[in-house]
Design a protein around this ligand. Structure first.
Ligand code: RNT
Ligand code: ZN
Length: 416
């Protein structure tokens, strides 16, 4: 599609949206400011740079597509490549196991900001802000229980780890002049029935209170729940109810991973409830297929509904949008491009909704009119607005990024 055609299509779309009271230029200005946190772990199937051991903690990356990033330089190159095909400016979400350990064996309870100094430098040079995650999995002390372990030695090890991760996040936030989000997800749970549901949750509560004793200004804590993990099917210590209770009582952020709920549960519906009681939310936008499969995010009803809820709640500044999937069966850079752009497209469609008209219909009890408007919104020319967004951001329009991903594969990832 030529520049001329993109501009013409946009003009027509702009007029059409204008008819329903939407200013597409204003919408694009809003979308421009939304930073999505790209998860570093799609580059290398959640391996990190600490050990060559197996991925544990009840999560799994399936597939063996060639070209996985093998070291810090390759992760950085892949992230920059992916970002070059995504409109707007975005963040990078690092896990602790992606530290720049320079060959040193740095155990999890020894991590310091200096292990992330080169990341901070790199991020500043590239205008990318960093978010952070403690890492409970893939470690000899991971077992089935970490922060909720009755064994004080193991528990203290993970408490120390998480405390140190907060220090690292604080340093990231300070240096980038914007708070770094520290997500805490632990896999703790049990494969078979437990007769101690209360015990482990009580211990987790105590551990978290200990971890959060120090207050920081440049980082924010967020807690991610889960239904179950592989090999931990019968019980998850950090369940949704647990973290909502904890988050509300301690005013901590809650992370909603779209793959961490029962398959028919609406994640979109949680946004308004939670935002009335917790300060902010973080999202791990994913695509669960039958279970928490971590497929690449696409435009589907779930992602669309979630984005619509954020916009309808006027909560773009209170919801930190991150991605979380690890598909090792397709080109990994392409996976970032598809997933991030899909999330942005859903946000765009949400922003193009004639919300005041819809709300007026609702207030007047005009159910037919509301439904008609919602239905018609689906076939409005949002694609032309999206193309213009890509064009203005100097990134490939439409499917053109396929050729770019293929070129990078030919020249770089296929040689790994
Ligand atoms: C696992 C959680 C968690 C992880 C990352 C790697 O089910 O979703 O967020 O995916 O920490
Ligand atoms: Zn997640």
């Amino acid at each position: 599609m030529s520049k001329d055609l993109i501009a013409k299509a946009y003009e027509m779309a702009r007029e059409r949206y204008n008819e329903i009271g939407i200013d597409t230029d204003k919408v694009l200005d809003i979308l421009q400011k939304v930073e999505i946190s790209l998860h570093c772990w799609q580059t290398d199937d959640v391996r990190g740079f600490e050990s060559a051991g197996d991925l544990t903690g009840g999560i799994q990356a399936t597939g063996n597509y060639p070209g996985r990033a093998r070291n810090i330089d390759e992760v950085r190159a892949d992230i920059l490549k992916a970002m070059s095909m995504i409109p707007g400016k975005h963040r990078l979400n690092l896990h602790e196991i992606y530290g720049d350990f320079k060959g040193e064996a740095v155990d999890r309870d020894m991590v310091e900001p200096r292990h992330f100094e080169s990341w901070i430098q790199w991020a500043l040079e590239n205008g990318i802000k960093l978010d952070f995650n403690s890492t409970s999995f893939s470690h000899p002390k991971s077992g089935d229980l970490t922060l909720s372990n009755p064994d004080k030695g193991i528990r203290d090890f993970w408490i120390e780890h998480t405390k140190r991760c907060r220090v690292v996040a604080e340093e990231m936030g300070k240096r980038q002049g914007d708070p770094s989000m520290l997500n805490v997800w632990i896999h703790d749970g049990s494969k078979d029935m437990t007769v101690n549901r209360m015990l482990y949750r009580d211990i987790l509560k105590e551990s978290l209170d200990e971890i959060f004793k120090v207050k920081y200004d440049n980082m924010k804590d967020s807690l991610e729940s889960k239904v179950f993990g592989i090999g931990l099917e019968s019980y998850t210590v950090g369940s949704n109810d647990f973290y909502i209770g904890y988050g509300v009582s301690r005013q901590k952020m809650i992370t909603l991973d779209t793959g961490h709920f029962h398959p028919t549960e609406s994640i979109a519906d949680k946004v308004s409830s939670l935002l009335l009681f917790v300060p902010e939310l973080m999202l791990h936008v994913s695509r669960p297929v039958r279970w928490d499969s971590d497929h690449v995010t696409i435009i589907n009803d779930e992602t669309l509904d979630l984005c619509k809820e954020i916009v309808r709640c006027g909560a773009l500044s209170r919801v930190h949008i991150g991605l979380d999937y690890f598909d090792a069966s397709i080109n990994r850079i392409g996976a970032y491009v598809i997933g991030t752009r899909a999330t942005q497209k859903c946000l765009l469609r949400a922003l193009l909704e004639p919300i005041s008209t819809l709300r007026a219909y609702e207030a007047e009890g005009k159910g037919f009119e509301r439904l008609a408007m919602l239905e018609e919104g689906k076939s409005m020319p949002w694609g032309a607005v999206w193309d213009m967004f890509c064009e203005r951001n100097n990134v490939p329009v439409g499917e053109r990024y396929i050729a770019d991903v293929q070129k990078y594969e030919r020249e770089v990832t296929s040689k790994r």
